[in-house]
Design a protein. Structure first.
Length: 422
């Protein structure tokens, strides 16, 4: 089967890496991909949000299945568009994608189907905002309703700041949002939990801890994620049972009930306090960089799992994992998540020894015609290692990044510090 992977990050490189191990895969295309994916599949450099143009390419390359990494094309309806053209798509429908595409939609689902989450209110004008925030204790969490590339949430320690942030959103700071969701602040520790769903059945597909802040010890501005480890040490058997019974199952039943059965990966961002999980957010895709570790630890054939999902045959399927934990450390262009220099050569990248337990996944890289690899995006590389302990995995992952000669290199050395360095 010819398969297209949509996206260009470390997540997509790791999905390509895992698919390459499947005997069911014939040709693999990454759209648009990066320097790393170009080593293992054919990159097609087009705008995947232009579905009409994309369709022409899929026909030309005889691509019969699309696996979608990022949320934007899913929220824009890539699944509905290509299913009508008889091309399979792994990812939820446009309507079901509202679980990530609209915070208000997600909160309404939680309310209607009794999913534990922060108390909230939907706001669409400033008068309503002024009235409502009086009823919330500080800090108040202000969220833009629509997609905002990870920049749509602020934790406000004064009501004035909350009003000012709400005004900015209502005045169009994020084009996707005309509404604001305000929430009570949840205390506790965050964890990520992933399931794969076929519309009727679901199977857990791993847990992880992400480090979203740019600085050591989780300080500084938010990023897409500077590193992660899996499994999450916060989620034991008892908590997992609660996550399934109180959060995942009512959500999936609810989605079915409202006529939008969920198919694809569902990623629950959770806050856990006193062994009680609450839902912070849903994402409709694998996390990046969490996916990179899951792809290294997953023993199943990924394509066969995806095909079972698309055919509604997940019931009774078993997922098996390499027992050892894994870590991934993101190397970013210095300056990220603010401004940074592009097109800086990464030397010695070809000397990195890679195997089943060690991979250097690419994200924002491009390969020049002369073969040189250049840093291009904010997050650039993901040093991903599975080992007998997290500490060993981190040491190995750091060594790989240490050996790269690249002027603009920045990475956190403390990923997993709450477990490794306690
Ligand atoms: P979201 O985009 O909804 O995941 O929010 C981004 C980040 O903001 C989360 O990973 C949390 O760290 C934080 N956050 C969001 N909502 C809340 C909340 N209700 N209470 C505390 N922290 C929150
Ligand atoms: N690593 C966080 C995310 O993928 O949303």
């Amino acid at each position: 089967m010819n398969i297209g992977i949509i996206g260009s990050g470390g997540r997509e490189h790791s999905i390509c890496y895992k698919l390459k191990k499947s005997k069911l895969v014939k040709n693999l295309f990454c759209i648009p991909g990066n320097a790393g994916t170009s080593n293992i599949c054919e990159n097609i450099n087009i705008d995947f949000n232009d579905f009409v143009k994309l369709h022409k390419v899929l026909l030309c390359k005889k691509i019969k299945l699309l696996i979608v990494g990022p949320e934007i094309p899913l929220v824009n309806g890539i699944t509905d568009f290509f299913e009508k053209k008889n091309i399979k798509v792994f990812g939820p429908s446009k309507k079901a994608s509202q679980l990530e595409g609209s915070k208000a939609f997600m909160k309404r689902i939680c309310k209607r189907f009794n999913v534990p989450t922060a108390k909230y209110k939907e706001i669409s004008n400033i008068r309503e905002a002024k009235r409502t925030i009086k009823k919330f204790n500080l800090p108040i969490v202000v969220k833009s309703d629509g997609l905002a590339s990870g920049k749509g949430v602020t934790i406000c320690h004064s009501r004035n700041k909350a009003i000012s942030d709400i005004k900015k959103i209502l005045n169009g700071k994020f084009k996707t949002s005309k509404k604001v969701v305000i929430e009570e602040f949840l205390k506790g520790e965050e964890a990520s939990y992933f399931v794969i769903c076929d519309g009727k059945n679901y199977i857990p597909i791993g847990s992880a801890q992400d480090h979203k802040r740019i600085g050591e010890k989780d300080t500084g501005p938010n990023t897409g994620g500077m590193g992660a480890y899996s499994p999450s040490f916060l989620i034991d058997k008892t908590i997992e049972k609660k996550i399934k019974k109180k959060i995942i199952e009512p959500t999936l039943k609810g989605m079915k009930k409202i006529g939008t059965p969920y198919k694809g990966i569902l990623y629950a961002g959770l806050m856990i306090e006193n062994s009680e999980p609450k839902l912070i957010e849903y994402n409709i895709r694998f996390g990046d960089p969490e996916c990179q570790i899951l792809m290294m630890r997953l023993k199943n054939d990924l394509l066969s799992l995806i095909l079972d999902t698309l055919e509604g045959k997940l019931k009774g399927k078993k997922i098996s994992w390499i027992k050892e934990p894994g870590i991934t450390i993101v190397a970013a262009n210095k300056g990220y998540p603010g401004k940074y220099k592009k097109n800086v050569e990464i030397k010695k990248i070809n000397f990195v020894k890679q195997n089943n337990k060690t991979q250097l996944f690419h994200a924002g890289t491009i390969k020049k015609l002369n073969g040189k690899v250049m840093s291009y995006g904010g997050r650039v590389l993901n040093s991903t290692v599975v080992s007998s302990s997290l500490k060993k995995a981190r040491n190995k992952a750091l060594k790989i990044l240490d050996q790269l000669e690249w002027d603009n290199k920045y990475y956190r050395k403390d990923i997993g510090f709450r477990i490794i360095d306690k």
